[in-house]
Write a protein that binds this ligand. Structure first.
Ligand code: HEM
Length: 410
């Protein structure tokens, strides 16, 4: 049997039958194809996921340990590169080096003032809603979910709103190809360099200043990498969390009714999305450092193992006799586990909760403008996010003239 292409798990209309089938055919560790001829294991079992994320001396996070890269099976320039090749930042190291690079990021995240973040995000969201309020229609992905996280994270780092918008445009260009991508990269680096130069002169109450002053970061390059990882770790993930929650609200009357009726709080709704439609549906990757066995499979040294953070919801062994997936239970693995687990759950939640609550309160009579069956998903093997959520609404109240300024009492 040929291994399933991994992207079949992200672009299909419904993931459930796909994961049920993978489980039925293979058990907790399934062979998958990342691109033609390039194979990996999709780890779907709860215990197996805990093992690979919690045992870095056996399963490394360093892309240089992947045999397919080393022996040239994955050519340079492959679309797998950005997510799977070695990155000289917190995400690419294990052990002491990982702990050293992670501490500054954890400190920057611990310093976030959530009340201020909420007000800033509310303000940003109202501005975005204000831009389409008079039209009676909008695309809640392009005009909302895709923009909120970057503006919010840009603000935490220390960028002014105008610079965060430039950052967003630079990143969009960077993910394109050819000249656009190079120009996007250049603008991204220039914005980052400008902010760091400014904060070196005049530190402020933001993550850039904290990282610049952090004793564990030894060079300007490490500070830049740490800022870049905050942007890259938070942008698409939080965007997807917001978009998937809005999609469920718009397509599942049971879910929407429970939220509108107050039986399901916004946080419970967000948790339900983490359990059934996590932002990183398949998370790259761990690399086996020696021949071993996992979930009954022989794993060879140098094999890649992808974290099946959505497929784990289908692990009946983890559900049996437990409260595992029940509402309010936060025991899913959407944030992964072990030393590399996402360090930013709290700010991500503040951003997502505020974005979802603000748009739900602002729009009356909101409806999806297309058949739910016609919702298309972004083509990526790693995330599953609606490409568009076109809606109509009868009335919009973004809150004053595009919202109150942050700093005013709500
Ligand atoms: C403010 C928003 C966010 C920021 C700044 C952020 C930042 C980061 C960083 C820096 C890492 C690397 C940690 C390390 O390698 O030690 C990471 C990992 C990760 N994050 Fe986040 N993140 C954000 C939102 C999210 C969201 C919304 C999700 C999904 C619910 C998520 C899921 C993950 C996962 C699955 C990993 C990888 C863990 C692994 O490799 O085992 N993140 N995040």
């Amino acid at each position: 049997m040929n291994p399933l292409p991994l992207s079949a798990t992200t672009t299909c209309p419904d993931t459930r039958p796909v994961f049920d089938r993978l489980w039925r055919d293979h058990g907790p560790v399934a062979p998958v194809e990342l691109e033609p001829g390039v194979h990996a294991w999709l780890v779907m079992g709860y215990e197996e996921l805990k093992t690979i994320t919690g045992t870095p001396r056996l399963f490394s996070r360093d892309g240089r340990d992947w045999r397919a890269f080393r022996d040239g099976a994955v050519p340079p320039g492959s679309p797998l590169g950005p997510m799977m090749s070695f990155r000289d930042d917190v995400t690419g190291h294990d052990g002491d080096e990982h702990r050293r690079l992670r501490r500054p990021i954890e400190d920057a995240i611990a310093a976030v003032d959530h009340r201020r973040l909420r007000r800033t995000v509310e303000y940003l969201c109202r501005g975005l809603i204000g831009a389409f309020a008079g039209r009676g229609s909008a695309d809640l992905v392009a005009e909302y979910a895709a923009t909120v996280p970057l503006l919010a994270i840009g603000g935490l780092i220390g960028f002014a709103p105008r610079q965060s918008r430039e950052l967003r445009d630079a990143l969009r260009a960077r993910s394109g190809s050819g000249e656009d991508a190079r120009e996007g990269d250049r603008r991204f680096e220039a914005l980052l360099g400008g902010l760091l130069a400014e904060r070196r002169e005049r530190p402020a109450d933001d993550a850039a200043s904290l990282l610049l002053a952090h004793p564990d970061l030894r060079t300007e390059a490490e500070v830049r990498q740490s800022v870049a990882v905050l942007v890259s770790g938070g942008n698409h993930t939080t965007m997807s969390w917001i978009a998937q929650t809005l999609r469920l609200m718009l397509t599942d009357p049971r879910f929407a009714g429970r939220v509108r009726g107050g039986r399901l709080g916004i946080d419970d709704a967000l948790d339900e999305v983490l359990a059934i439609a996590p932002p990183m549906i398949n998370m790259p990757a761990r690399y086996a450092l020696r021949d071993t066995e996992l979930g009954g499979r022989a794993i060879a040294r140098g094999d890649a193992l992808v974290l099946g953070l959505a497929a784990v919801a289908h692990d009946v062994r983890a559900h049996a006799g437990s409260q595992f997936w029940q509402r309010g239970n936060r025991a899913h693995l959407a944030w992964s586990a072990g030393p590399h687990a996402c360090p930013a759950r709290d700010p991500a939640r503040t951003i997502a909760r505020t974005a979802v609550a603000t748009v739900l309160h602002a729009l009356r009579g909101v409806r999806l403008a297309i058949d739910p069956a016609d919702i298309e998903y972004e083509p990526s093997p790693w995330t599953r996010r609606p490409a568009r959520l076109p809606v109509t609404f009868t009335h919009a109240d973004p809150g004053g003239a595009h919202g109150r300024r942050p700093g005013h009492r709500p």
